[in-house]
Design a protein around this ligand. Sequence first.
Ligand code: ZN
Ligand code: ZN
Length: 374
Amino acid sequence: MSPPFPAPGFPAMDVAGRATRLRERFDEATCDALLVSRLVNTRYLTGFTGSAGTLVVSRDELVLVTDGRYRDQAAEQLAAAGVEARIEIAQTAATQQELLAAATAGIARLGLEAAHVSWATQRRYAGEWFPDADVVATEGLVEALRQYKDDGELSRMAAAAALADAALATVRHRLGEGPTEAELALELDSEVRRLGADGASFETIVASGPNGAKPHARPGHRRISEGDLVVIDFGALVDGYHSDMTRTTVVGSASPTQQRMLDVVLASQAAGVAAVRGGVECAEVDRACRAVIDDAGWGEAFLHGTGHGVGLDIHEDPRVARSSTATLGVDHVVTVEPGVYLPEHGGVRIEDTVVVTATGSRLLTHAPKEPNLP
Ligand code: ZN
Ligand code: ZN
């Protein structure tokens, strides 16, 4: 369970204002109401963190249909978030259908979140549940709002990032003591929780030696040893908000190639962060990172996009990649995480999470990038 909402000590988030901003997008999306089926979007719009529920956002009201397990929790969380909504409790699929049909009565064009409704569900909605409405596919309506973080959100993300910084500082020296990847990941996860996070932001990556050349390797039973590059990519979760950071450590001394990889990725990452500013295209940030790695002759060894938005999801809009058509806005939060992956030498990735400002960016992740153990 999440801590009481809002978490003590953080500035309040303007949860209630979000539905208003969503409604302003209805005309463009050619819908009169949105049926929110993605739970994280329901959380964003209402503060409700339950594992089941459907939210109807119409022009003049919010209706949350959930089940008996969440009767009290839904009421408490919406009240705490300052959100006015009708909460309806359904005990069966049939009642759920009735309640949603009632909540959408008279709505001519009902928007669905097309990227999150299965084909079968869409057919059921259009044919049986809402036969009197035109069911309209919408994409990314709530996600577009979620890109812009308010002060309450930024303070939660800063707390998550600071907590991850502290956890790494406590655990990192152990890399020299020969733990397995899985042992080190467990220690890091435990430290993150011990320091007060609700949990790890995602499955922690500790990838050593040849495993480091696989950008998303899972921690295994390989023992970390002298001469390894070790990629650690992890984060903390605070009141629903994620942090995301990667640091690469060399155990013992780096080979000349490993040292060059570390230098090139560090320069690439700095170039990417320097390119971040409100109004800049995401593809431009990707280009800034890629140019440094291309110049070093390792363009083919940079196997993924440069970064992504972070917030209530660990990966959210905007994507920072070659093919991205998005533009950075002030108060977006994105990662910059170039890497070079060479199976014979290992992997190097360095990742920061930054808040986009009008003139540049502000780092949320502050752990030192020094690759050598003290
Ligand atoms: Zn990461
Ligand atoms: Zn990331």
